[in-house]
Design a protein around this ligand. Sequence first.
Ligand SMILES: [Fe+2]
Length: 247
Amino acid sequence: MRLAVIADIHSNLEALDRVLARIDQEGVEAILNLGDLVGYNASPNECLELLRGRDVRSLAGNHDLALFDPERAQHFNIIAYQALMWCREQVHPEFLKYLQNLPLLQEQPGTFLACHGTPASPDTYISYHFQGKRVLKHLLGLPNLRVCFFGHTHRRALWYRDIRGKVALRPISSGKMRLSPEEHYLINPGSVGQPRDGNPEAAYAIFDDEEFSIEFKSAPYDIGGAQRRILAAGLPPFLAERLAQGA
Ligand SMILES: [Fe+2]
C-alpha cells in the first residue's frame, strides 16, 4: 500500500491545498493525517471543510484537543494560546463533532502505528535521543509493528532502532529511502502548515509498505497568501513571519 502521511496542518489552507494537489498525483491508496488540524494560521473552517470532504484518516493533535478543553491551552506559549482562542471563536459548529470524534491513535495491524506526539501522549515530543529510544522500545513490544508515524515537532525525522538495539537519527536524503525489515522506525513527515526545520515548503511523506520505503517531500505554496490571511485576521504577526522562515 502506498500511503501519504501529513501532519500539523494548523489551519494553513494554501499549504494544505497544494499538498493535497501533489498527493493526488502520487497514486496513493490512503492519506494519514497525524493531527493539529487547527491553531496558529487563519483558515480553520476552510481546512476542515477540505479534510472532511475527502477520505483523510485524521488523528487529534494537542491543538485540536485544546479547542474543547481550554485548560490544555494554559500550557501553550502566549502566541499559540492567542491563536487557539481566536480559532475557538471561528470554528463553525458543524465541524465541532468532526473534531471531537478524531481518535488519538491509529493502527494498521502488521504495518504501522500512528500518533500525534507519542503513542502515550499527544503532548509529548520526540526530539531527543532518550525520547526516540523510549518510544522505539514501546514499539518493539507490539507484535508485527515496525513503524510508528508521529508529528508535533514540525520537523522531519527518521529515527531507527537496529537489531543490536542502537537508536539514532538517519539523515534524510532526497528521493526514496529504503527501510530495513530488521529495524524499527519512528517517522515524522514534517509539517504541512508551519514547518520548523528551515525549509518553508509544505512537508509531507509517501510510505510504501510493500517495498518498505519512505520518501520525504515538500511543496512550494503561496506563503504570501497565508501570511495576508493571518494579518487580516488580527493574529500575531510573528505567525506570518515564521512561515517564510520555516522556523
Ligand atoms: Fe503542531
